[in-house]
Design a protein around this ligand. Structure first.
Ligand code: SAM
Ligand code: SF4
Length: 364
């Protein structure tokens, strides 16, 4: 195959972030390349919009408008899309939600996706979970081919956890983290959204907790994705504030070679432990973004913050049901979705409009 020169990470429009202009020659580039030269390798699949918690920054306590059960993609449909996506260069499938472990056939979903072969061999199957019921399900998930795990934990204080998630289930999360720590899955990552007046006094304690579990803590700047639209730029804890808090306890040294990863990383006191920060608001990584998303009801999205969706369900259940034409139709929709991708999301710009769906309904 002829090598195709690709410009990755052109500087996006004002406020959209991303500043890594570089040119690569990648002989495998023939798949999902957008008009800004970004090659897409990562598909996040939301398996459900339901959840065992009600984190304030994600879901309302009550009155959620759940997706109709009939609109949720079946496992056959998900696997069909994943197979076509892998043939177009997707290498990592991250299962998310809502809470992916609530899906009754989660082990089957993992097993069937893990069997898909991409151009470079078997694809990777990763999961982001709140950890509840993970301890019980982890052996079967690993046996099915799960290769990477991110567990979300924003506080290690029982009362704060109950207030933040509106559920008193911190012990279940601890149990899930302990099971993951005892498994061979590495790197193990713990995600924490930094929030003023909620957990900004325990940021270093969260890192210490992760280190003890053999995991890497990654702080996430809070994004405007809560169903209640209560996000406020003024009260958000920034990357700079997170680093300043950690530097009160440790010396941090930047780890070079971030590539397309959303997290910037720092070595703690010379290593081996590291901490990451995903500064989606104050230092977005749109210029190197290689992700696209599939919602539980079959809508393709090229960005968390896009207001455009590309309807796969209609295609899977409607006109594309002609045998022999389905793969081409799915591939065409994946390409259209990628071609519609904007250079960046501009959260930090006053003109920014929050998407209608909350994070649980998009898939984090
Ligand atoms: N329920 C699973 C969990 O919590 O890990 C998976 C879905 S959740 C939507 C995925 C990730 O998105 C979690 O790490 C969560 O903390 C993060 N998240 C949700 N809402 C967010 C927001 N408004 N800003 C930043 N991160 C958010
Ligand atoms: Fe559920 Fe995850 Fe959203 Fe929390 S962040 S409500 S655990 S989907």
């Amino acid at each position: 195959m002829t090598a195709v020169p690709v410009v990755i990470g052109r500087r996006p429009a004002s406020g959209a972030g991303g500043d890594t202009a570089r040119t690569v020659t990648d002989p495998s580039v023939r798949g999902l390349v957008d008009t800004h030269g970004r090659v897409h390798r990562d598909l996040r699949i939301s398996l459900t919009d339901r959840c065992s918690l009600r984190c304030t920054y994600c879901m309302p306590e009550q009155g959620n408008e759940w997706l109709a059960r009939t609109s949720i993609l079946s496992t056959d449909e998900i696997v069909e899309v994943a197979r076509v996506a892998a043939s177009l260069g997707i290498r990592t499938f991250r299962l998310t939600g809502g809470e992916p472990l609530l899906r009754p056939d989660i082990v089957d979903v993992v097993r069937r996706i893990a069997l898909i072969e991409g151009d470079d061999g078997p694809v990777e199957v990763a999961m982001t979970t709140n950890g509840i019921s993970l301890a019980q399900k982890l052996p079967a998930l690993i046996d099915a081919g799960l290769t990477r795990l991110n567990i979300s934990i924003d506080t290690i204080d029982r009362q704060k956890f109950a207030d933040l998630t509106r559920r008193d289930r911190l012990d279940d999360v601890f149990e899930g983290i302990a099971a993951a720590a005892a498994s061979a899955l590495r790197p193990l990552k713990l995600n924490a959204v930094a929030m003023r007046g909620v957990n900004d006094d325990e940021l270093a304690d969260l890192v210490a907790f992760a280190m003890e579990a053999g995991a890497q803590l990654r702080f996430i700047e809070q994004m405007p994705l809560d169903a209640g639209h209560t996000w406020d730029r003024e009260t958000m804890v920034t990357r700079e504030e997170i680093l300043a808090a950690l530097e009160e306890r440790w010396t941090l040294e930047p780890v070079p070679g971030r590539g397309g990863a959303p997290a910037e990383k720092w070595r703690i006191d010379g290593g081996p432990h590291e901490v990451g920060v995903i500064a989606s608001v104050t230092a977005p990584f749109c210029g190197a973004c290689d992700r696209l998303r599939l919602t539980a009801d079959g809508q393709l999205r090229n960005c968390l913050f896009s207001n455009d969706e590309y309807d796969l369900t209609g295609l899977l259940r409607g006109e594309a049901s002609v045998p022999g034409q389905r793969d081409d139709a799915i591939a065409d929709l994946l390409r259209s979705c990628i071609l519609g991708k904007l250079p960046g999301h501009a959260i930090d710009d006053p003109s920014f409009l929050q998407p209608a769906r909350g994070m649980n309904a998009i898939g984090g």
